[in-house]
Design a protein around this ligand. Structure first.
Ligand SMILES: Cc1cc2nc3c(=O)[nH]c(=O)nc-3n(C[C@H](O)[C@H](O)[C@H](O)COP(=O)(O)OP(=O)(O)OC[C@H]3O[C@@H](n4cnc5c(N)ncnc54)[C@H](O)[C@@H]3O)c2cc1C
Length: 65
C-alpha cells in the first residue's frame, strides 16, 4: 500500500498585490450606475463559502434599493 500526495500550489487563483484597486472600482461602478451589482469570487473572497456569502449580501443590497 502506498500514498501519493500532490500539492497543487497554484490550484486556486489568488488575489494579487494591488487587487484592492479592483474591488474599489466595483464599489465606484455600483455607485455610478444604480442597479448594477457585482457578486462572485472576485469580490469578497475566493472560497465557495465567501462566494455564497457574496451572493447573499448582494441580494440584500438589491432588495434595499
Ligand atoms: C480547481 C479549483 C479548486 C477549488 N477548490 C475549492 C475548495 O476546495 N474550497 C473552496 O471553498 N473553494 C474552492 N475553489 C474556489 C471556488 O470554487 C470558486 O471561487 C467559487 O466557486 C466561485 O464561485 P462564483 O459563483 O464566483 O463563480 P463560478 O462558480 O465560476 O460561477 C460563474 C458562473 O458564470 C457562468 N458564466 C461565465 N460567463 C458567463 C456568461 N458570459 N454568461 C452566462 N454565464 C456565464 C459560468 O459558466 C459559471 O457557471 C476552487 C476553485 C478551483 C478553480
Amino acid at each position: 500500500m502506498f500514498v501519493r500526495i500532490r500539492k497543487w500550489e497554484k490550484a486556486i487563483p489568488q488575489y494579487t498585490l494591488g487587487y484592492k484597486k479592483v474591488t474599489t472600482l466595483f464599489d465606484q461602478l455600483e455607485r455610478q450606475f444604480p442597479g448594477l451589482f457585482f457578486a462572485g469570487n472576485f469580490r469578497r473572497g475566493i472560497s465557495i463559502g465567501d462566494s455564497v456569502l457574496s451572493a447573499h449580501e448582494t441580494v440584500k443590497e438589491m432588495l434595499q434599493k
